[in-house]
Write a protein that binds this ligand. Sequence first.
Ligand SMILES: Cc1ncc(C[n+]2csc(CCOP(=O)(O)OP(=O)(O)O)c2C)c(N)n1
Ligand SMILES: [Mg+2]
Length: 910
Amino acid sequence: MASGSDRNPIIIGGLPSQVPDFDPEETQEWLDSLDAAVDERGRERARYLMLRLIERAREKRVAVPEMRSTDYVNTIATKDEPYFPGDEEVERKVLNATRWNAAVMVSRAQRPGIGVGGHIATFGSSASLYDVGFNHFFRGKDGGDGGDQVYFQGHASPGIYARAFLLDRLTEQHLDAFRQEKSKFPYGLSSYPHPRMMPDFWEFPTVSMGLGPISAIYQARMNRYLQARGIADTSNSHVYAFLGDGEMDEPESLGQLALAAREGLDNLTFVVNCNLQRLDGPVRGNGKIMQELESQFRGAGWNVIKLVWDRSWDPLLAQDRDGVLVNKLNTTPDGQFQTYATETGAYIREHFFGGDQRLRDMVANMTDDQILHLGRGGHDHRKIYAAYRAAKEHKGQPTVILAQTIKGWMLGPNFEGRNATHQMKKLTVDDLKRFRDRLHLPIPDRELESGLPPYYHPGRDSDEIQYMHDRRRELGGYVPTRVVRAKPLTLPGDKAYAAVRKGSGQQQVATTMAFVRLLKDLMRDKEIGKRFVPIAPDEYRTFGMDSLFPSAKIYNPLGQTYESVDRELLLSYKESPTGQMLHDGITEAGCTASLIAAGSSYATHGEPLIPVYVFYSMFGFQRTGDQFWQMGDQLARGFVLGATAGRTTLTGEGTQHADGHSHLLASTNPACVAYDPAYGYEIAHIVRDGLRRMYGENAEDVFYYLTVYNEPINQPAEPDDVDVEGILRGLHRIAVGASGSVPAQILASGVAVPWALEAQSILAEEWGVKADVWSATSWNELRRDAVEVEEHNLLHPEEEQRVPYVTRKLQGAEGPFVAVSDWMRSVPDQIARWVPGTYQSLGGDGFGFADTRGAARRFFHIDAQSIVLGVLTELAKEGKIDRSVLKQAIDRYQLLDVAAADPGAAGGDA
Ligand SMILES: Cc1ncc(C[n+]2csc(CCOP(=O)(O)OP(=O)(O)O)c2C)c(N)n1
Ligand SMILES: [Mg+2]
């Protein structure tokens, strides 16, 4: 070895330290050559030689280890750039007009009395990155397929609107309604990409940092899945995600890179706008974000294209014979480059090129102005085109393009590279004049000196506008465009629901199992069966869904290349390239991204999918609530199942698992229709209605959340006089009190319904109380209805005042009303205002813990005996019984002693 001892080799990290050297003499000759190169020509030359050797080794298919990062120069050598088919002059004009209108739109939105904000600097940096995409790559949907899916960086939206304006897709009226969605309806433009607000325009909500990247990965994978399963031809669809370099710090941004590499998603390109800045200041002032990202992406198995410098650097780099320039580029921190972006040519000559005679010589013949204009790669159309082309043609891996830009580019010295630039919204008269001059726009001074700065349109017949239209025609129509081409589905009839509605007879079955049974029957349906997409984060077995493995199979583009250990078993783990089930691994964020991609396929590709995403209820809204919000924004549909629900039902697990609040979180999402069913037959009606509402005629943009439990119970058969409307609207009476003289009402949901029924019989037998039991299938929907009714009444005082469903439903029933569930009290308390009588709730407030179900329910005072006490207490308050019975009840049932409770059936496990 050249250095280090045999016992302590210095070469580690993937190099073959264990392989014996069978020709040490030859090895020594090579090492001596390298030593000589270092001694005689210096380290930089030696480095160059080594890199060339690695390159040659690759060409000869010698398996040398991957390098984590490369020099701070463009990945695509100038000599390898393809012919640029665009008209650069015209494209520059197009872009200049776009830049102007984007900035002016935001500036005008700051006019007195409006002042609604907006961003200029981000689009300033990424304008060319988009424009090359629009002119040469992004495919529209006019061909009848889904086209390309483009995730626009949220706060670059002004530029996207500005382009749509030039193309006559939007008018000045729209631009002046930026961020005034209601007051300027129907012209209002949303601040960021929000399909919910602009359903004919935006497709993908992105502005919550990190959700764009992860969504794009799963969208690309969903495209593959649709193709593999023969549902849609997505072979021409490419997914582009435009991301910020600051945004890459979000865990969701990088968290699923490996999946994209593993599945060989070469239909996916990330474009990271590396303007080296985020909101407050530099992304990595002391480091180099592009280098850091390069290593991370490369390590994850991505193809990395760095686009660092524009063409003006080419001659300098060509002269850099001993790598001194590259070395300087490699070792200059981002914070310094940001400063160069704000400085003069003379400053850059002195500080960047000044430290080394060879660097000084390189720019000796350049003027300060030429030095100043040594630009960044992300502003050079030809180089951007080369990068996109290479990304599109690259096979077998996803590609990331790391494009260096300047934040606020073209907006002048008050914006470019300034730390405050992200938040700056308004241009002064001087800024405007300078900006106009730089963009060569024929706008007279007087129009900039008073009033609002004007928009600029070069005229419909101008070359540049014609060019833009031509390019879009060629590429299949305008982007972004959201269209819904899917037809309503033919939904299954009674048969699919029959088994679940029959009940479980003598068997005890948990609602999770009842749901899975129903799902299996639905997946057998000839019309819609194949559209179901089961999704779970490594929990199919927990929820008894492994029974679907052999028939539905797990999607894996590689199929199953190994002999499965359980291949002889009936329920073997089966992977297939045409599998229907998505197994995303242990990633709720990944699963939710799959859910959104599947749930919006009716729009993206015109082919509805019915995702059924099953998770531990604790790890759903709580863990990925932001993505559920994004799902609502993206108008995605589907079923979301919070399994192992309840504060006490999975109680063997404890604090982190015991969910007593996900319904509250679900209630905050306007797109979410949430149910807490008790019985299989309720689930049947809820799912049937869900399919109708989401996939039938006049489909609604909602998604369903059902909590299901792992506690086996006797599932009753559906009664003949089943109250379907009540089930769907959130409340139906399931048992009228049989005996007793003092009436009361118990409202229960989910797993608490059997406790309520037990309480009913204790109350009748021991206390003479005749309690009706109601199953509150949806506290959330009851409240939603009541709130809507109140809003209507507020605005229509002259009309007959409407009455909320819950009030009407309970009108004839004699209180008091006691609510109970395996959720915290706030869940049933949602309806308190509209219950016609005294209302009290019991619930699992506080942290869950590990114990028997019985003990946990006694602790929270929600078990049958505690419900009895709750009802008696309310009756006592109303003076209908004597208060002394309360103490009696507490003593009789030992309600203060957790250990005295019947432990009940065993808890769940994870
Ligand atoms: C989850 C989340 N956190 C914070 C923000 C607020 N925010 C909007 S833009 C921005 C800075 C973005 O920087 P970068 O990703 O580098 O984008 P650039 O504007 O520089 O292109 C921040 C922090 C957000 N939109 N989403
Ligand atoms: Mg940035």
